[in-house]
Design a protein around this ligand. Sequence first.
Ligand SMILES: [Zn+2]
Ligand SMILES: [Zn+2]
Length: 638
Amino acid sequence: MVNITLPDGDIKAFELFPTGLDVAKSISEGLARECVAMEMDDKLVDLTATIDHDARIRFITSKEPEALDILRHSAAHVMAQAVLRVYKDAKLTIGPAVEDGFYYDIDMEPVSEEDFAKIEAEIKKIVKAKLPVRRKEVSKAKALEFYKGEPYKLEMISELDDATISFYEQGEFTDLCRGPHVPHTGYVKHIKLTKVSGAYWRADPSKPQLQRIYGTVFFSKKELKDHLRFLEEAKKRNHRKIGQALDLFSFHEEAPGMPFFHPKGMELWNALLDYWRAEHRADGYVETKTPIMLNRFLWERSGHWENYRENMYISAIDDIEYAIKPMNCPGGMLIYRQKPHSYRELPLRAAEVGLVHRHELSGVLSGLFRVRAFHQDDAHLYMRPDQIQDEILGILKLSERMYGTFGLGFHLELSTRPEKSIGTDEQWETATNGLESALKAYGKDYTLNEGDGAFYGPKIDLHIKDALARTWQCGTIQLDMAQPERFDLYYIDKDNEKHRPIMIHRTVFGSIERFLGILIEHFAGKFPLWMTPLQAIILPLNDDLVPYSNEVHTRLKSAGLRVEVDSRTESLNKKVREAQLNYIPLILTIGGKEKEGRTLAVRTLDGKVKYGVSHETFLDTVLAHIHQRKLSLEIFTD
Ligand SMILES: [Zn+2]
Ligand SMILES: [Zn+2]
């Protein structure tokens, strides 16, 4: 007999060893139908597992957070089974659940999205057959025997320490797997293959290239539909596509992973940086600029030479090795060390929008999101221990203000001391308390990632949320107890003694390039007036109206607007349409009426047209909108 304890404390006794499914059924048929798996004594197992001892059971229904992962991993099995039916020689490697779906890496002939239909047709059959998913445990020797001729599975099995190996079977398909899985393949009904890309076995470019087929699956048709609509929208907003359409930036094989910004892209860049500088100046930051190449001795001192070298580009000057900086901090600390500091000068907030280079494998480069050269909106803050809380609070408020300007929400994560770390218990306590009390004073909820801090100090990460509800980690606030030591930084305190300052590394945007990519997708190219590359375009109806148009152009330009005249002999309608496609927020059409009355006709992206606007009203309204960095596309409200 076994006693089964349920989460509410109820104990159920069974004469024979039941499966989880039996227990669920004994409670209700509805529950049994809703269940995906169960947790037995804190371990996730199949619902069909036999309970052969007194145990605590928690059912995983489709509502539980773990359920989707189990469904997705099960979907990866179903997809692999379908692929093997279509491509007999395919060799399986691994197929995990990922953030919004699953993938399977398969050694097979290259496939494209056109091949999805035939794979999905097989998937449909497998789903319809509701094949039971069964776990089977075998000895390691048996497992090796079974996978003869499957090099990847053999490699994985030989790396396992376990004496018994678990397989999962459904119909003719078997996969090496720890589980758990859904009870049968019918659960994987709302599934769709989404994309395919290349991937190397073990992410190692010297190893075979595999096909990584992605898919997604949900418990309901509606969730799947919503997600596919989201993917469609994300595709439309793809920053590489918009970047090309709006002529913002490009990439060239002469410098892979290093973006080239075009004139329009630089307008956007400069608007963003002007804003960044205004906010930082207001918050008492000073700005520095340090070289992009520094010699090897500096990197040895900072520890990068030992710990980060494979990500750094190395060169030489006069027979001495130099590294192109992957981070701005060491250069900044040389400036700090340049002269003695008194406690009265602290906190010191030194910002540097520095160009850094980090080596990334060519396979992972992805538009502006993953590059080899980028500008970090870095700042290094030096302070006394009693200033930690105020400084962190200041950074949080600055970040909130800046993200808010773009209509971006955000959430916070605090990461504390990891197992491997430097510094004393007391230092960690001061540091972590400083971060925690700042977060409490700030008053916004945060997630705690215990043990996830850097080895040199705890940190707060800021994850922004864009218009498609995707999250991106952009900001970080990291306390550093290592570098002040390595660079022997100090300040003279009230007691006339030398003390180590607390050092904080922080970013708001993170990488400017990546942040621009995020903004392009967030706004879908329709930037707010203050940052958009071209703010206004003047469209004369005919050649006679060009002189008045040029006069308006001069006036607006000298008021600081980014404005152009389009005097091509195209039809006005065509020019208006083109300007709208380029998301130009102010389209000024000039006809005889406008010239006569010395007024403007203004089209805005909210679809409104306003006639008879005087130059003064136009400039007052537009400049106020820009000055306040308003988000709204509605510029003329009345
Ligand atoms: Zn599996
Ligand atoms: Zn730094």
